[in-house]
Write a protein that binds this ligand. Structure first.
Ligand SMILES: Nc1ncnc2c1ncn2[C@@H]1O[C@H](COP(=O)(O)OP(=O)(O)OP(=O)(O)O)[C@@H](O)[C@H]1O
Length: 270
């Protein structure tokens, strides 16, 4: 369980996090927001890396995957995890098994004696996931964990997170709405350093009901402002615009996806 009360963080005069309060119990939480909205800064405050104003109560046992994980190039995969096992205070008689199991979980055991510098970018990401999960922490913070992973490894990551969801709190920052949809029970949306929404994926999707329209591209000139074109879509050989708007548009109102709901929140068209 994680409690954050009125968290604020500034760099010089720039306020990057503005009075954020959240309470997370067990399960998987998605942290969404545009570039620069404050997701990484939020994670770093919770992980205890930054000084901040406000109150954060975290368990003593935290796993953190930073957005950029790539140090220790001269160590082997196994040695990296040994180092983290020491930092986390895992008893030496348990380290061998825990490290083996974590590397199996992320499909890296075969490379355990290879130096980090010989791994691909996706493998280093997976090593980062392994160190975050090592020691079964109560709180797991993962910053863009699936960036750079191929589809099979993304699926493996999602299954791995699902296995841990019952016994801990997991906060995932990502831009991949599909991963959020597959994994998260709750979503926190940050915009300009503020928490603008904390809700379930289903409620975020539903909030965009009657705001998403299919408009034939031929009728683009008839669109009523304000509107936002989400994308162009081809249906039965005809080009349509997928349009977000709270105004009646010259087309059909359609079922929103979670991505539509997210953009609806971010753009404030409600
Ligand atoms: N060490 C720092 N010094 C000064 N400004 C910083 C620092 N770290 C982050 N910022 C600023 O804080 C804001 C939030 O950055 P942050 O990395 O938390 O956003 P983000 O939501 O994680 O973005 P992205 O999706 O691009 O990873 C940005 O305007 C960024 O320039």
């Amino acid at each position: 369980m994680l409690t954050v009360d009125n968290l604020s963080k500034s760099f010089g005069k720039k306020t990057v996090l503005d009075n954020i309060s959240v309470q997370l119990t067990h399960g998987v939480y998605g942290l969404l927001g545009p570039n620069g909205s404050g997701k990484t800064t939020f994670m770093r405050c919770v992980a205890g890396i930054y000084r901040y104003n406000g109150r954060i109560i975290t368990p003593s046992n935290v796993g953190y995957l930073p957005q950029k994980f790539g140090a220790f190039r001269e160590l082997t995969v196994y040695e990296v995890l040994e180092y983290f096992a020491e930092l986390k205070g895992i008893p030496s008689n348990r380290q061998g098994k825990d490290i083996h199991d974590c590397l199996e979980d992320v499909n890296l055991w075969e490379r355990h004696s290879d130096k980090v510098k010989t791994l691909s970018g996706g493998m280093i990401r997976r090593l980062g996931v392994a160190q975050a999960l090592l020691g079964n922490p109560e709180l797991i913070l993962v910053d863009e964990p699936t960036a750079g992973l191929d589809p099979e490894e993304r699926l493996r990551f999602k299954n791995l997170i699902s296995q841990h969801r019952e016994d801990c709190t997991i906060l995932i920052s990502t831009h991949i709405v599909e991963d959020v949809e597959a994994l998260c029970d709750h979503i926190i949306i940050l915009s300009h350093g503020k928490s603008i929404c904390q809700d379930t994926p289903e409620n975020i999707r539903k909030a965009a009901m009657k705001h998403v329209w299919h408009v034939s591209e031929k009728r683009q000139k008839e669109l009523t402002s304000p509107y936002y074109i989400l994308r162009r879509e081809q249906i039965d050989g005809e080009a349509y615009l997928r349009v977000l708007s709270n105004e009646e548009q010259p087309g059909k109102s359609i079922q929103p996806t979670l991505e539509d709901g997210y953009i609806n929140m971010i753009r404030g068209i409600r």
